[in-house]
Design a protein around this ligand. Structure first.
Ligand SMILES: [Zn+2]
Length: 331
């Protein structure tokens, strides 16, 4: 608990005050201020023993969904947590958009008044974060309690897994600023790649090619492009020795055809941009250990979970950007 109180103290000492949500205007607020403001919402429930990273992870998960789903409106405010009318007001409440705490409570809704203004509004950041913290508090404060609360709320194992991963990263790094990325190979090593999205390749079988092939010499180090947790490690008939990493943006990064793994990488290992995962090889397309059926290369793919399904998207534009950034840093 010490760490959390330290956070709380830091914020008090820095004299943070809550901006009223109504005067929120994104143009006038810097990214740094947005992050500080969000943190101030997350840390205030430490006395309820709800770790800040639980609330921060749910908020980030919903922000991720809103950035890729056209059928979910983007919430206006510092926070992205959005309740359905049914959850907020209570399923049988005749007032679908009820903001009266008494009737919401009567109909079993989750909506609460977090700032004592007599109104429980899903448009108010303070009401929203207080309602979510109170929901989590009903289940308890351990990781297992958190997972159960998420399961009951989202009804999806993937959602639980994704949110728990974000929470793990926030707890480990003690910050929500985990947006840095890098190129998967050292930009000083010999390599070549081009946009091959959807190409029907010789070693891609009949499936559409979901990713980018980066050709390089055997043994070239492969590094993580993002912050994340290792979710998958081992042999796959097509991918050979591969690694799958889940990040804080609902994305799953897939590194395939490795020659070998770095000794420290196991399922559950926390990685960051630049952490060595393994080494370029030509494994795959056969039974375990098959190698040399194609030139050595890293196959890199990104899959995004949108709350319903996981879909592949073209990593090529991101690779170009990360390569540029990595090269300019080295100059
Ligand atoms: Zn490939």
């Amino acid at each position: 608990m010490h760490r959390h109180f330290k956070f709380l103290l830091t914020f008090i000492l820095l004299g943070f005050t809550l901006y009223p949500t109504s005067s929120f205007a994104k143009e006038e607020v810097t990214e740094e201020e947005i992050i500080q403001q969000r943190m101030s919402y997350y840390v205030q429930f430490d006395e309820l023993l709800i770790p800040w990273h639980f609330l921060a992870a749910i908020d980030q998960y919903e922000r991720n969904l809103q950035s890729v789903r056209k059928d979910i409106p983007k919430r206006d405010g510092f926070l992205s947590i959005q309740f359905s009318d049914e959850y907020w007001s209570g399923a049988l409440n005749p007032a679908k958009e009820d903001t009266k705490p008494e009737t919401i409570s009567y109909f079993g809704g989750m909506g609460l008044d977090g700032n004592n203004d007599g109104i429980a509004s899903p448009k108010d950041d303070e009401d929203v974060i207080f309602s979510m913290a109170s929901y989590l508090a009903k289940y308890g404060t351990t990781d297992e309690d958190f997972k159960l609360a998420l399961w009951e709320y989202y009804g999806s194992e993937e959602a639980v897994n994704q949110i728990f991963t974000i929470s793990t990263l926030y707890r480990h790094y003690k910050t929500i600023e985990l947006d840095a990325h890098t190129f998967p190979l050292n930009t000083r090593s010999d390599y070549s790649y081009r946009g091959t999205w959807g190409a029907n390749r010789g070693w891609g079988g009949r499936r559409i090619h979901e990713g980018t092939d980066i050709f390089a010499n055997y043994g070239t180090s492969v590094v993580s492009t993002s912050y994340g947790v290792v979710e998958v490690k081992g042999w796959n008939q097509f991918g050979g020795w591969r690694i799958g990493i889940r990040d804080n943006h609902n994305s799953y990064h897939y590194y395939a055809h490795l020659g070998s793994y770095h000794k420290d990488i196991e399922v559950g290992t926390i990685v960051e941009p630049g952490t060595v995962l393994g080494y370029v090889g030509s494994s795959g397309y056969g039974k375990e250990g098959t190698s040399g059926k194609f030139p050595p290369h890293l196959h890199y793919g990104i899959y995004k979970f949108n709350g319903r399904t996981e879909w592949a998207f073209d990593p090529y534009p991101s690779l170009l950007q990360w390569e540029r950034q990595a090269k300019s840093k080295k100059q």
